[in-house]
Design a protein around this ligand. Sequence first.
Ligand code: 8YV
Length: 328
Amino acid sequence: MRPRVLVTLGIFPELLAQLRTQFEVEDNQTDRVLSPAELVRRLGDKDGALITGYDRIDASLLETCPRLKAACNLAVGYNNMDLPACTAHGVIATNTPDVLNDTTADLAFALLLAAARRITEAERWLRAGHWEGWRNDQMLGQDVHHATLGIVGMGQIGRAIARRAHGFDMRIIYHNRGRAPVELERALGARRVELDELLGTADFVCLALPYSPETHHLIDARRLGLMKANAILVNVGRGGLVDDAALVEALRTRRIAGAGLDVYEGEPALHAGFLALDNVALTPHIGSATRATRMQMGAVAAENLTAALSGRRPPNLLNPEVWEHRRR
Ligand code: 8YV
């Protein structure tokens, strides 16, 4: 019998058709995120799952899914998966790194530019019929070129953002656990600094790091208080990295100048305060949302699933211990 697989959210039909050639697939093309109870019910008799960052795979779920061998995220971030619990239950966990780096960096830059040059605010104002003529001091924004960008999280996406910033003649500082390759630092003129120094120096702060209990509310009221008054915060990492209530307050009181956000605590709900503010550009978690990139993410996730369910080591294995254990 072919392995049974659950695909938790809508995927491109061609990818679904491809999966159906190998697996008995239960799909959810409705685009409605499954509730935890529904996920438990539907996964109970499955061998594998192609999931998104909104599906929580944890110990309590895994206890009810004895057949499950692989959970393959259609995302690079994997804070939705409890890796030690997956390992304890012999479940392979995978993600989709690399293929979305440039696309996500493009969106980070779009948000940075939008917030700096007040693009979404200006468009709303124009559509509302307020434009009565050119004025010298109309919609004055901030220069991006030659400003200082502070990147928090210098992984592959952070580096792709840095390459774009270099093209805008920005000064680049970054904060990361480890140091980026020296050649990269040299080529981009990037310097590693402590987080608090970065926040006090940068005109633009861009978050491109994973979310975990350790990075929960990394940017809180205290750290927002360290930022320059002209500073703009961009988050393409994850909701939860920022204390959204504290950010709303910092934006409302102009403690910082603006923000560009793609991710939110508790999304798709977002803090109502953001909606009332003009100095924040908002997008609905579309960092990797181009057809080409989503096709590639789908292909990578499918390859991980196929490998995991046919006894091959998946290319993007997140818990190698589970693999070593199987081979013993
Ligand atoms: C996903 C993302 O589309 O890859 C990630 O980590 O945030 C997005 O690219 C989203 O998480 C849904 O899985």
